[in-house]
Design a protein around this ligand. Sequence first.
Ligand code: FAD
Length: 449
Amino acid sequence: MSTTYDIVICGAGIAGVSAAYFLGRAGVRNILLVDERPPLSFTSDRSTECYRNWWPDPEMVALMNRSIDLMESLADESGNVFRMNRRGYLYVTADEDRIEDLKSASFRTSSLGAGPMRVHSSETSDYQPSHPEGFHNSPTGADMLIGNELIRKYFPYLTDKAVAALHVRRAGWLSAQQLGMHLLETARRSGVRFETGKVAGVDVEGGRVRGVRLSSGVHIQSPIFINAAGPFLKEVGKLAGIDLPVHTELHLKAVIKDALGVVGREAPLLIWNDAQTLPWSEEEREALAEDDETRWLTGTFPPGVHTRPEGGGSDILMLWEYHTNVMEPVDAPAMDEQYPEIALRGLAAMLPRMREYFGRMPRPQLDGGFYTKTRENRPLVGEMGVDGAYVIGAVSGYGIMSACGVGELLAARATGSELPPYANAFVPSRYDDPEYQKRVENWEDGGQL
Ligand SMILES: Cc1cc2nc3c(=O)[nH]c(=O)nc-3n(C[C@H](O)[C@H](O)[C@H](O)COP(=O)(O)OP(=O)(O)OC[C@H]3O[C@@H](n4cnc5c(N)ncnc54)[C@H](O)[C@@H]3O)c2cc1C
């Protein structure tokens, strides 16, 4: 059996769905979206669903600003079906010595196009708290609150040790599933077809894509093939003879019921910005230190543990990348059962009432997925290296927030339309430049939480 399409997209995660939507919007009609799983059910189903334009890399700031513009107009035209809010990200520190560094890094990010910085140090400041729902009438940039009294006036659940808090304003969260379904349904109305199937081969003849083969034996003719295979980007790239420079890391997330109301229900995403040792009792610490397998639990843990309220009930999400787990993608990765307890204890540094759950933590739900990353944590969007083959992915821990931006960019590449100024920062051929390679080797901050 053989069929013909103008474009075949492999992968119906948020990246592939967004590519289909923006190609449809650009007027391409005969598009096939193929996935061996149901749409939006693999990595795109696992995320914290947060977004921000606050990145240390100017190209990423530009991409995210564009992506957020697009999400806001989709929210407006759909009656905000995906419940986009603008609560922001709040980075909190208890370390006086780090205030100046946090401030100067923030002024730098602000200067890259992320919006103005405002520093507030007294209770008479003109700081505007965020609205819990919706995204209109909210400031951009960031507000830095200095001093515990000021911080706890607005965020009373935070520790009395907090000395500074950076509130990033063009940020918040949304329903990734609803955003994805809105893109998919609109794409389908513009003629995009979805089929269940595994792409098992890409036919390349004379240096050009001619079509794809599914594992069912079906052969599809198409001059354009788009690799949107998420964690399987590398594997699918190889089908076209291309070795894409990506690796995958397993990242976990725990959800518990916060019946005691430790996290304010109107809170932004709360991030503890300091390294720490976990709070154990003397006896616990001694017991853990005695055993080679558990001693690491008494050592220093990195900054970055974070949480946010989820939904209308009492759920909260808890996340912390306390060690990087580079591994090949698999369907059902083994979970680190200690993760919820460690994240909960880590959060107690920022939210002291978390201690009330020590020894009686509500039963956690634990899940996880794969970040697909390049070395410098920029995405791959554009020509793969064979005529007619494109890639959209390597969207790491920011695939939801960047989806509209990368989808629009991919559609512009594939239809030969005008490209935005950041396009070349994300095209795979950037690595052909030895100067860029050198920059990548010394890249310091990928900006990932
Ligand atoms: C714990 C966690 C928290 C996160 N938090 C955030 C966040 O707060 N904000 C944010 O923006 N991002 C976040 N992310 C990242 C975000 O979820 C991902 O970047 C995004 O979902 C990746 O989308 P994708 O479409 O590239 O991949 P996927 O969603 O994995 O989709 C790829 C699809 O390709 C299909 N596929 C692969 N190979 C084949 C083949 N050969 N044939 C057919 N189909 C194939 C797969 O079945 C899959 O459905 C988080 C991720 C994790 C794991």
